[in-house]
Write a protein that binds this ligand. Structure first.
Ligand SMILES: *Cc1c(COP(=O)(O)O)cnc(C)c1O
Length: 408
């Protein structure tokens, strides 16, 4: 439970509510925990897509071995932030524009190439710039993944190149003025079961081994993806890293024989940042409508689409949400029992629907939530909001101000 004094101080720093606050120490601790669980030789990358807030990216840059970007904008941010020397930059994403490809060539990124069109354009951009771009092929493996929150590989997908087409694409690559670098996999996201993660890692490894027989040169980078999940909802449990750790120890041993020149890479998005972020709103209004209580906040789906349940979820479920009574302003004439002096256990609760300020029924951040009785000015804190929050929300919708973001 966050104290209202802490939230008040954060709100003062942010200048207003609603705002996102990211706990840098929490992110750093998370990277350290990941590193402790993985073999030392496995490189840890951060996928900027999960949270591209520049001060946060800056703080993460010193902790990881590389960034994965998926647009020209993310590439520009990575270049501003990445430490010099030996820092990995991978560039994935379908539909890379010619402009993005040229920027990538100039920055000497490792292209995670998603199609033949892209391969040819990377080669042409290299010729134009007088360099040989480094190209890994992003592979869409042939198996269906069960147990992932979102599937991005297996079956027909717009991401990567189907594994059965890869040998042919490798033949084409061999004839082009590019440097073959290796393979990239990213087939699923938000996996909470260690058995799913392990099966995926092993399958991708075996697939890379098979495909490497067709490669025009040694694999120098083998990116086995990630997709490590975090528990958002009641009943979900954190991913058990220990079987994943055992699996990666086995794979790194195998790789000394199978891929002696390769760096093994894993890329993490939400796993590093989700838990370290909170979205803080204030209660603007409350109303009763035909037996239901609605608590209306100053923040909503335009800042936090995921908490409203519209970012790929099938069923809307409540993110972890707490209501923190505001400190009574001096001289507000409120009873002495009001505000932070009341221990949380002593507060009566009620079942509410938590809505935002948008004029659409989609703007619901919590339903059938059991919260302390909410009053105007109270804080509402949405946890697990460090990934796919501000960046993945329709901030233009209804023309309210955009979200403020700060570091804690
Ligand atoms: C989105 C994405 C990630 C990060 O996914 P998380 O679920 O946040 O870990 C990593 N790599 C690629 C290629 C992606 O598209």
């Amino acid at each position: 439970m966050t104290s209202s004094a802490t939230l008040q101080a954060l709100a003062t720093r942010a200048g207003r509510t609603p705002f996102y606050v990211y706990d840098v120490a929490g992110v750093k601790a998370r990277v350290a925990a990941v590193r402790a669980a993985l073999p030392a030789s496995v490189r840890v990358h951060y996928a900027l897509k999960a949270n591209p807030f520049p001060p946060l990216v800056q703080a993460i840059a010193g902790e990881v071995d590389g960034f994965d970007v998926a647009s020209g904008g993310e590439l520009a941010l990575a270049l501003e932030t990445a430490p010099a020397g030996g820092f990995g930059l991978g560039f994935a994403g379908p539909g890379k524009s010619l402009e993005d490809i040229r920027a990538g060539v100039k920055a000497d990124v490792l292209f995670q190439c998603e199609s033949r069109r892209e391969l040819r354009e990377i080669a042409a951009a290299g010729v134009r710039a007088g360099v040989r771009p480094r190209v890994a092929l992003r592979v869409n493996p042939a198996f269906e993944l069960r147990g992932a929150g979102q599937r991005m590989g297996g079956g027909p997908r717009p991401f990567g190149i189907d594994s059965e087409q890869v040998p042919e694409v490798l033949r084409e690559l061999a004839a082009l003025p590019v440097e073959f670098a290796g393979f990239h996999f990213y087939a699923g996201s938000q996996m909470l079961e260690a058995t799913t993660v392990v099966a995926l890692l092993e399958h991708c490894y075996d697939c890379a081994l098979e495909l490497s027989r067709h490669a025009p040169g040694p694999v120098r980078e083998l990116n086995l993806g990630g997709g490590f999940g975090v528990p958002y909802f009641a009943g979900e449990r954190p991913l058990d890293l220990s079987p994943v750790s055992d699996c990666l120890h086995r794979l790194t041993v195998r790789a000394t024989v199978d891929f002696p020149e390769a760096a093994l890479v894993l890329e993490f998005g939400r796993y590093l940042v989700a838990e370290a972020g909170r979205y803080v709103m204030r209660v603007v209004d409350r109303k009763r409508s035909r037996g239901k209580t609605f608590v209306v906040c100053d923040g909503g789906m335009h800042h936090h689409l995921a908490a409203a349940g519209h970012l790929g979820q099938v069923l809307r479920r409540n993110f972890p949400i707490e209501l923190v009574k505001a400190i009574a302003p001096v001289g507000a004439g409120l009873p002495a029992t009001f505000g932070s002096k009341v221990p949380p256990t002593a507060l009566a609760t009620e079942s509410v629907t938590l809505c935002g300020p948008l004029c659409t029924p989609l703007d619901v951040l919590g339903d059938r939530l059991e919260l302390p009785i909410a009053e105007e000015g109270d804080f509402v804190v949405v946890g697990m909001s460090g990934a796919y929050g501000a960046t993945a929300s329709p901030r233009g919708f209804l023309s309210h101000p955009g979200p403020v973001e700060i570091l804690a």
